[in-house]
Structures are given as structure tokens and as C-alpha cells.
Design a protein around this ligand. Structure first.
Ligand code: BDR
Ligand code: CA
Length: 310
């Protein structure tokens, strides 16, 4: 019997509570092989994102996955973080020991380009943060659309309201100029926006069931959720970034529509808004997820992370 070899992926992150869970999911799914993680300013500053990423990988016994730090802010605008949502250390208050793991000398955009050249036509890039690194990579290497197999982006709010403003989703809002460069390119993009990510939620009741379990994945999810359930006092939060990882592994978890994607880069309150234009087979057409099989996602997430939440 021959089993399909895993898809090489790079995660581009701003770790972040749900980024941490997405990293764990990517490391545990047999369909994916994480060949590197790149970091960027987003939920937290780039240094903190890098440190959090390395510590999460170490917890998962994946400290040998190379981490490449990237852009320290958006292309043009001042950086805006999301510490109020992710907690003061970005990991919901979870304190993890430092990692002795590998750091890469290359800047994130260069790391992405090199990996895309080495794995021509095979590499899937999973963007879980503002798109500053990918925009710079595109400007440095215009051949990137030919080199990458697919780019899965957690970003956008196409048919629903935003989460940082009434119009915009956080990742696109932070660096709309980068998002516009990416969206206008010929990259094969799949947008996993709030339209689908807000339907996959980790609840207080599921959290209670995971507490007390003694394995790294359970310690991670119970620890990073403390800020949401004890400080913010919400009853559930969305697993935005893990859904994008899951789609990279199992594309038909979501129902997609082909469309041209337009980003609002204006200076007014609608900045960062994402619109889909159903263009009918244009070259710059991307895929926008509008439906998701929630039960199948939860089963996949719970199975990969060994969580008793189904
Ligand atoms: C996105 O914004 C960040 O806060 C999350 O990590 C996710 O990538 C959701 O809008
Ligand atoms: Ca993120």
C-alpha cells in the first residue's frame, strides 16, 4: 500500500492564541509537513511573535522546525496589536519555557522564496497573520505565483461584519496595502475569512473537559484559553487560524466560490474591507470560503490534538 507523502507547508504567524493552536494542529496532521514558520507583527510585535512561536514549537517537541523572523510592522501604516484579545504575552497568559530550537538567519520573505524554489510547485503557504511578509516576498520574487502550489489565507470578512471594525477583519485591517498586493497577484489564493472561521468555536464547556489532561496539546489549549474564559469572560472563541491549517490539509472542509478579491486601502473607516467580485474566470481569480463542515473540522481538530471535545 502506498500512502501519499505529506504536503510541505510554511506557516506565517503572529502567535497569538489561535496561531499557537494552528501551529499545534499543523505539526500533528499527517497530511502536512511543517518545513518552517515565519513571523510578523500582528497580534503582538514581531519579536514576541517569534519568541511565542519558538516556545510553542518546543512544547510540542518540534523545536527543530526552523523559525524565520519577518516584518516588524505593516508596509505603510503604524502597527496595531491585539493584546486585549490575546492577553499581555499574546498566549492568553500561558507561560512557556524558552526554546533552545533553531532560528534561521534569513529574513522571512527570503525564507519563503528559497523554500518555494526548493519545493517548486509543491509548497503550500498558510498565512495566519497580516500579509506583510508575503507582499514583500512577491515584490522580491515576481515568479512566486508559479512556484507556490497554493496560499491559504486566514483573512477577510466577505459576507459578514468585521471583528476589528464593522468592515474589516484584523489580519487584513493591520496591513491592507500588503493584502492588496497579494490579492492583485496571480498567486493561487484561498481566503478563509470570518464568514467561516466564526462558525468553528472552542467553548468554555470543551475547555473544562480538557483541563487536567497531561499532554502538551491539552496543556497548550487549556493554558492559552485562560485569558478568554477567565479574564474576558466569553463563553467561546473562534478557532480562526486552526481552520485555515485544516483547509490546507483537507481542502473540501470548506465550500468555496471563485472570485476576484478587492481590498479597501483607503484612509477612512472602511479600510481593510474585503470584497469579492464574481468575475467569471479571470486570471486573478481566487477562492473564497463561504461554507464549512463544522462537525468534520471539530473531529479533525480533536483527533489531531487528542482532545475529548467531540
Ligand atoms: C485573526 O486575527 C488574529 O487576532 C487571529 O490570530 C487571526 O489570525 C482573526 O481575525
Ligand atoms: Ca493569527
Amino acid at each position: 500500500m502506498t500512502s501519499k507523502s505529506p504536503t510541505p507547508v510554511i506557516l506565517d504567524v503572529d502567535t497569538g492564541v489561535d496561531d499557537a493552536l494552528a501551529i499545534a494542529l499543523a505539526c500533528r496532521l499527517a497530511e502536512l509537513e511543517v518545513i518552517g514558520v515565519t513571523t510578523v507583527a500582528g497580534n503582538v510585535d514581531q519579536q514576541r511573535a517569534t519568541e511565542n512561536t519558538r516556545r510553542v514549537l518546543h512544547l510540542l517537541d518540534a523545536g527543530d522546525v526552523p523559525v524565520a523572523p519577518g516584518m516588524t510592522g505593516p508596509l505603510i501604516r503604524p502597527h496595531r496589536d491585539a493584546l486585549a484579545y490575546h492577553g499581555p504575552n499574546g498566549l492568553g497568559g500561558l507561560e512557556l519555557p524558552p526554546s533552545p530550537g533553531r532560528m534561521v538567519g534569513a529574513h522571512a520573505p527570503e525564507f519563503i522564496i528559497q523554500a518555494a524554489q526548493e519545493h517548486e510547485g509543491e509548497l503550500v503557504l498558510i498565512c495566519l497573520a497580516p500579509l506583510s511578509n508575503l507582499a514583500v516576498a512577491l515584490l522580491l520574487e515576481p515568479e512566486l505565483p508559479r512556484l507556490l502550489k497554493r496560499v491559504v489565507i486566514m483573512g477577510g470578512a466577505f459576507t459578514v461584519a468585521g471583528n476589528i471594525t464593522p468592515w474589516a477583519e484584523f489580519n487584513i485591517f493591520v496591513d491592507p496595502e500588503a493584502a492588496a498586493i497579494v490579492a492583485r497577484s496571480q498567486l493561487p489564493l484561498t481566503f478563509i475569512g470570518l464568514d467561516v472561521t466564526t462558525r468553528v468555536r472552542f467553548t468554555r464547556e470543551q475547555w473544562e473537559r480538557c483541563r487536567g489532561l497531561d499532554h502538551p496539546e491539552a496543556r497548550l489549549i487549556t493554558g492559552v484559553s485562560v485569558w478568554a474564559f477567565e479574564h474576558r469572560q466569553v463563553d467561546a472563541y473562534a478557532l480562526h487560524d486552526p481552520l485555515a491549517v485544516a483547509v490546507a490539509a483537507v481542502p473540501d472542509l470548506v465550500g468555496v466560490e471563485p472570485a476576484e478579491v478587492v481590498i479597501d486601502t483607503g484612509l477612512w473607516s472602511t479600510a481593510g474591507q474585503t470584497k469579492m467580485v464574481r468575475s467569471g474566470g479571470q486570471a486573478s481569480e481566487h477562492l473564497v470560503a463561504l461554507e464549512v463542515d463544522v462537525e468534520r473540522f471539530v473531529a479533525l481538530f480533536a483527533g489531531a490534538l487528542r482532545l475529548p471535545i467531540v
